[in-house]
Design a protein around this ligand. Structure first.
Ligand SMILES: NC(=O)c1ccc[n+]([C@@H]2O[C@H](COP(=O)([O-])OP(=O)(O)OC[C@H]3O[C@@H](n4cnc5c(N)ncnc54)[C@H](O)[C@@H]3O)[C@@H](O)[C@H]2O)c1
Length: 341
């Protein structure tokens, strides 16, 4: 039985608590939050789980194997660093830190202490995302040309971070996972529509070393909720729509073939619109799969798939995107300073 302490019981923390409590090999040893009213809610739900406003009490408990952090982004680094220094394994929500330098420092500290450091890239554990990864890796889509993704709704405006840091970690972690590479450059057009200091809409353009280009639309302002990604390949095309209850993934045998011109100035295109197939996808909850993976890594000593390196790659892309957003959309190189992979 692995003992996990949850830190942060706001919007997302209750989901982590439920999933760790439902796991047969995990027990939540503490719920910690600086707000007593949040702890009252946790106690009402799980009376057997002790609560505290004092993080040091959690770190001083020798029975705690790991700390799961679901607090605001600016607190990820100090809380994770303190946990690693206290000899605890760490699960930290996305994005891993608020800067590339902090991500590098955290990664290096975890390696030095030989402790697990996993990031909450929840979508990487989602069955439809895994299915798309399988399809891309099988070569069924052919060479990937480009990806477009829309993640918009009338969302919760964050007080401290832009929509890029809030929503784009999902799409970036998905893209890195699918393509097996991280972007080399990014340029962003965005706007702070409601709060003049906090951009709430952004169009993020990415260029990958393989030649793949991608555009991510993220916004907290939209009349409808869209979670829709299109992957266009040289052989087939794919739609992943996370708002669908069934048929979240559809593969279209559609494409355009180009034939070399026989005579000058003449080229031929042949259009193909064939079958549309929706593969079977498991309905398992991504968060439970994510929690199970962390517990398994603690039990077996294996390296998490959403590890510190994956967390660092996402933070480096976010930092470059943020820079571009605040500098008129300039094309910014993504630099994971000190990154090895
Ligand atoms: N994986 C996902 O799909 C997903 C979804 C939503 C949010 N998140 C992430 O979860 C994290 C939390 O987001 P949220 O929306 O729940 O935020 P929130 O503001 O609703 O909750 C944060 C909680 O942390 C507490 N807190 C702040 N500083 C603390 C400290 N030093 N010690 C203990 N508690 C502290 C606050 O009192 C609050 O209760 C963020 O990193 C966010 O990006 C992930």
């Amino acid at each position: 039985m692995k003992k996990v302490a949850l830190v942060g019981y706001g919007y997302w923390g209750p989901n982590l608590l439920r999933n760790y409590m439902e796991h047969p090999d995990a027990w939540v040893q503490w719920v910690c939050d600086i707000r007593p009213e949040a702890l009252q809610k946790a106690s009402a739900r799980y009376p057997a789980v002790p609560t505290t406003t004092d993080y040091q009490q959690v770190l001083a408990d020798d029975d705690v194997d790991a700390v799961a952090i679901a607090t605001p982004i600016s607190t990820h680094f100090p809380l994770a660093q303190a946990a690693l220094k206290a000899g605890k394994h760490v699960f930290v929500e996305k994005p891993m830190t608020g800067s590339t330098a902090d991500a590098v420092a955290l990664r290096d500290l975890a390696a030095e202490k030989q402790l697990k450091l996993m990031v909450g890239h929840t979508f990487v554990f989602s069955p439809p995302v895994q299915k798309v990864k399988e399809i891309i890796d099988s070569g069924e889509l052919g060479e990937i040309y480009f990806v477009t993704s829309t993640r918009v709704n009338l969302g919760l405006h964050q007080k401290d971070v832009s929509v890029i840091w809030d929503l784009a970690p999902h799409d970036l972690s998905i893209l890195h996972h699918w393509l097996g590479e991280t972007p080399e450059s990014v340029s962003v057009a965005g706007r702070a529509c409601v709060n003049p200091d906090i951009p709430d809409v952004a169009f993020v353009n990415l260029r990958f070393p393989s030649g793949v280009v991608a555009e991510l639309q993220v916004a907290w302002l939209s009349p409808i909720k869209l979670r829709r990604t299109v992957v266009v390949g040289s052989k087939k095309m794919l739609l992943y729509d996370d708002t669908e209850s069934v048929e979240k993934v559809k593969v279209f045998d559609h494409g355009v073939d180009y034939r070399d011109p026989q005579t000058f100035g003449e080229f031929q295109l042949s259009y193909r619109t064939g079958d549309i197939v929706s593969p079977k996808v498991s309905g398992s909850e991504p968060l439970f799969l994510e929690a199970s993976h962390f517990v398994e890594c603690l039990e077996t000593g294996s390296c998490p798939s959403a590890d510190a390196e994956a967390g660092l790659a996402v933070v480096a892309s976010l930092e470059a995107a943020d820079y571009s957003l605040h500098h008129g959309g300039v094309v910014q190189t993504v630099q994971a300073e000190g990154a090895t992979g």
